[in-house]
Design a protein around this ligand. Structure first.
Ligand code: 4VN
Length: 322
């Protein structure tokens, strides 16, 4: 049996922050940001937290698919910016939408979160469950040091998700390649807790903020994303030409174009939206997917590849027949 994507939805907060507005807050400018990242603006929360964005996505997906919250078996929220450690953001969503039969949990795989979440969902559906939600939701604006121009210009807030179900049809998740490189984890950190207690010295200091070694993460991505995509294609016995669209994590426009060139595929197969949303970590692939479904560019009958990459360091590639 396979799992199929039944419906998708996205939710981006309304407060627009352009590069020009940021240039009034820190020493940066539109030209530098756009040429280095492909980002022109991002949207940030004003009142919402991560669960609010995820709830809006869940309600939209259920309405589109015309299924009830009570019919859900599980809810996975992939996030590196939860409302809290407890309750999980998934549990908050479960309670808010009245998914009384669903068990719910958060998954932490940074920008590979949606792909890792879909992998877990495919295992849940291959055993004993029938229907679930997988949502990537982030409020990275709570993790960013808004005085640090090297990171504050990169990130945005948003959420997107899909309803997944078992199917006997010959569609769904054909193959995947998930890899983690924990020895490189220090190159992309955020939300570090201290571990002070009355009995210890402060061994690791708390540091809530994002820090990244851009050069290291950049070279990691351009090396490991093609490798993971190639491995997933080989498992599906498909070639790069067989894929209609490659939906990559929207971290940086130059990384996407480098990977497209590496794959010898036309840029049109690698759509991007970081210009509008910035880097929304676990939400980015889902936002892109929902935009392409809405525009009709992505539709049933196609073969699409998803590739997340980032914190962990992690990479996750999947080949889907939709
Ligand atoms: O050219 C420059 O100065 C810099 C060069 C480095 N850049 C980078 C580098 C890495 C990322 C990144 C971040 C995440 C975290 O979600 C995940 C995945 C990636 Cl590949 C984003 N930007 C920005 C412009």
């Amino acid at each position: 049996e396979h799992l199929k994507i039944v419906a998708s939805a996205r939710q981006v907060p309304s407060r627009l922050v352009t590069n020009d507005e940021l240039s009034t807050m820190m020493d940066t400018n539109d030209d530098w940001i756009y040429t280095r990242t492909g980002i022109r603006q991002r949207q940030v929360v004003t009142t919402e937290n991560t669960s609010d964005l995820a709830i809006q996505v869940a309600q939209q997906v259920l309405a589109k698919a015309q299924v009830s919250a009570e019919s859900l078996d599980f809810i996975v929220v992939s996030t590196m910016s939860p409302d809290s450690l407890s309750p999980s953001t998934a549990a908050i969503v479960q309670g808010a939408i009245g998914a009384t039969q669903a068990f719910a949990f958060d998954l932490s795989a940074a920008c590979s979160g949606l792909v890792y979440g879909l992998s877990v969902a495919s295992s849940l559906l291959a055993t004993r469950y029938r229907r679930g939600l997988v949502i990537g939701a982030e409020v990275l604006s709570k993790l960013v040091d808004w005085q640090d121009r090297t990171t504050a210009v990169l990130f945005g807030d948003g959420a997107a998700g899909v309803l997944v179900e078992t199917t006997t049809a010959d569609i769904g998740l054909l193959s995947e390649e998930l890899r983690t490189f924990g020895d490189k984890g220090d190159n992309l950190v955020a939300g570090r807790f201290g571990n002070a207690n009355p009995f210890s010295g402060e061994i690791t200091p708390a540091d809530p903020y994002f820090h990244q070694n851009g050069r290291e993460v950049y070279s990691f991505a351009t090396r490991e994303v093609p490798a993971a995509l190639e491995a997933a294609l080989a498992k599906a016995q498909l070639s790069a030409d067989d894929v209609d669209y490659y939906l990559l994590h929207q971290a940086n426009a130059r990384i996407v174009s480098t990977i497209a060139k590496r794959f010898g595929q036309p840029a049109e197969k690698f759509p991007t939206n970081m210009a509008s949303n910035g880097n929304t970590s676990a939400a980015s692939i889902g936002i892109l997917l929902d935009e392409l479904v809405e525009s009709g560019q992505v539709h049933a009958g196609q073969t699409i590849a998803l590739a997340g990459f980032g914190g962990g360091l992690t990479v996750g590639a999947q080949i889907w027949k939709i």
